[in-house]
Ligand binder design. Structure first.
Ligand code: BTN
Length: 243
């Protein structure tokens, strides 16, 4: 398994996507950057991270043989691998803010950006990008961000964390290969942020509405119980969970 360490790059996801388009890349090839100059988040957002303090890295995985029921399962297992890792490092009060922000004490400590490589209309491979706030202690203008250091008071070794994440990612890919969809979905739902609690959302038009998060569908849509007692499903682009 190849681990590439870079001092600076635009984005580890972009780098690994380009690399996999140019040559054959083995499973779990990992690209870690001390600094990203154009770190990308979900839905076209920017991911900024203090150089050398945190983890910004991407992992390549061929998923062509998995016969995935739905690509969202890659999100599910990545979230679960991160949760298992954070538990190993004694980080508590963990949750997943749908679709895959990892929170501790209701603050975001990790973001995940999964980009799929499509071949012949099928997902051939995934580039799994992970931004984990580790030893950074100040987040200007981001009151809802936190880090492992801020939560635990401890300084962490970045290489050790990557090692545990990769181990857990392999474990969950094995469960996915075995087709353990129900167990994985259940495990993910057990960590859903604000599950069964009154929550406020914003839709594409900017309308704010409330409801209770019930769970996720097979395809990863969020199921929300609305005021008129109807459960409605929303996809990733349709709503934002405000609080
Ligand atoms: C999000 O929360 O919006 C997702 C953030 C993902 C950030 C990681 S950092 C490593 C990889 N390279 C990127 O450009 N983005 C991901």
């Amino acid at each position: 398994m190849l681990i590439v360490k870079l001092n600076a790059i635009d984005s580890t996801n972009s780098y690994l996507r380009k690399l996999s388009a140019e040559e054959t890349v083995d499973d779990y090839t990992t690209v870690i950057a001390k600094k990203q100059t154009q770190g990308r988040g979900q839905m076209g957002t920017v991911w900024s991270s203090q150089a050398s303090k945190n983890l910004t890295f991407s992992v390549f995985k061929d998923v062509s043989q998995l016969h995935l029921e739905h690509p969202f399962y890659i999100s599910i297992i990545t979230s679960l691998a991160l949760l298992k890792t954070l538990q190993f490092f004694s980080i508590s009060r963990l949750s997943v803010k749908w679709p895959n922000d990892i929170l501790s004490e209701d603050k975001k400590i990790c973001g995940i950006l999964i980009e799929n490589v499509i071949k012949q209309n099928k997902i051939n491979a995934s580039v799994i990008g992970i931004g984990l706030n580790v030893n950074q202690t100040k987040f200007e203008n981001l009151p809802k961000a936190s880090s492992l250091k801020m939560i635990s008071g401890k300084i962490f070794d970045l290489d050790e964390i990557v090692h545990v994440i990769l181990k857990n990612l392999k474990y969950y890919f094995l469960l996915l290969k075995k087709g353990q969809y129900d167990v994985l979905k259940e495990d993910y739902e057990a960590y859903l942020f604000r599950k069964n609690k009154p929550s406020t959302f914003k839709d594409k038009e900017g309308t704010v509405f409330s409801g209770f998060i019930e769970g996720i569908s097979e395809s990863g849509n969020l199921q929300v119980l609305l005021e008129d007692d109807i459960i409605k499903e929303f996809d990733l682009k349709a709503i934002t969970l405000l609080y």
